[in-house]
Design a binder for this molecule. Structure first.
Ligand SMILES: [Zn+2]
Ligand SMILES: [Zn+2]
Length: 69
């Protein structure tokens, strides 16, 4: 089942992502934010470059760092 990617919805949690681009602005908090690779990895391929994740998801992945050592 295909779902259209909405630029204003976080692709990882389905909540509004507060992205500046989706609000008609030319910049977004995500340009400055350090999005951890763990968060980027959770973005579905079809949503990449189309929808930003929300600040909460970006931060959540920073806190919940998998123990790799
Ligand atoms: Zn954004
Ligand atoms: Zn989210």
């Amino acid at each position: 089942m295909e779902r259209a990617v909405s630029p204003s919805i976080c692709p990882t949690c389905g909540e509004p992502n507060a992205c500046g681009m989706s609000q008609g602005k030319t910049e977004c908090w995500c340009f400055e934010a350090q999005i951890p690779e763990a968060a980027l990895a959770r973005i579905p391929a079809e949503a990449k470059d189309l929808a930003c994740i929300c600040p909460r998801c970006a931060r959540a992945s920073t806190d919940a760092r998998p123990k790799s050592s």
